[in-house]
Design a protein around this ligand. Sequence first.
Ligand SMILES: Nc1ncnc2c1ncn2[C@@H]1O[C@H](COP(=O)(O)OP(=O)(O)O)[C@@H](O)[C@H]1O
Ligand SMILES: [Mg+2]
Length: 329
Amino acid sequence: MKIISFIIQKGGCGKTTTTVNTAGYLALNGYKVLCVDMDPQGNLTQHFGYDNESLDRTILNLFQKSASFEEVVLKREEFLHILPNNIDTAAAEITLQKSMSREYLLRDVLSSLNNEYDFVFIDCPPTLGLFSINALAASHEFVLIVSPEFFPMKAIKPLYETYCMVKNRLNHSLQFNGIMLTMCDFRTRHSQEVLQILKKNFPHKLYKSYIRNNVSLKEASSYGQTIFEHNPASVGAFDYQNFSEEFIRDHHKNKAKRDYYQQKFDSLSQDQQNQIMNFAQRNLSLFIKNGLEKLPENTVIREAFLIERNKVMEKIFPYRTNVLIGSSP
Ligand SMILES: Nc1ncnc2c1ncn2[C@@H]1O[C@H](COP(=O)(O)OP(=O)(O)O)[C@@H](O)[C@H]1O
Ligand SMILES: [Mg+2]
């Protein structure tokens, strides 16, 4: 079970959108995910379609030990569970500050889970206060979510100091996973500049995939849906698919699946391979029309092509049926 925080101490950068849609994509692809809403504004809870005013119980009950995990968790789908939050948690922050294990409230909640999930994703609030510290103290890794709206290096410095403090004092095994750029518009010079700065400062930490500005992502959130439910053919869905695939590239489950598709593909005739490539190309061109060719990274397109090809392969050689359930192809 891997616990990951999506974090930056600024609102409106796409943390919640990233947590929701990455979780949505992975759940669709057979990973079991728990999403933790650590922001008392409850945006993640709302984005998943819940009315947080009317919730009987929230994560606050877990912090106060007045309810069990089973009583609080919302099982939106078999593979997608949520620990909801609402504004009551903000009112309780002062009392929580006084508790002995105030930095380990979330860690204690998650420690009762017995590897039931592949991933736990924590959506952090836009401050570096108690709840973000709790998120980092409970995490194995964290991902910085940066939008070029503002100058990101300014925010990264205090965040780095918080990371060092948490790592030294609260959670020695905490790792910096990477930086992901959202809400980019590479037609603007500013977006380009921010990309160059991040590349220069974090050459091995910057995700190759990034999320472009896309109105469907905003719409999906107001409908209480993930982008894959709301508009799977949108640029937003395409970008979050690419990011999610890059995020799980080294996961053992994913490696096995990619190897399986490759093996099946190699066993086909040249003719069949060409047909499949044409299908994949056609799916991809939908997004290239939408400006993907302007992206400065060809690796993104190369990977996206492989993902599309594997989607076609999945239709012909369903991985679940052939490998996981074990019937012969
Ligand atoms: N790539 C995007 N393109 C367009 N709108 C976006 C994008 N990502 C997020 N948004 C919208 O921007 C707003 C802020 O995003 P959100 O994920 O809530 O940020 P944060 O959690 O960092 O405060 C939301 O209304 C969301 O729907
Ligand atoms: Mg948010």
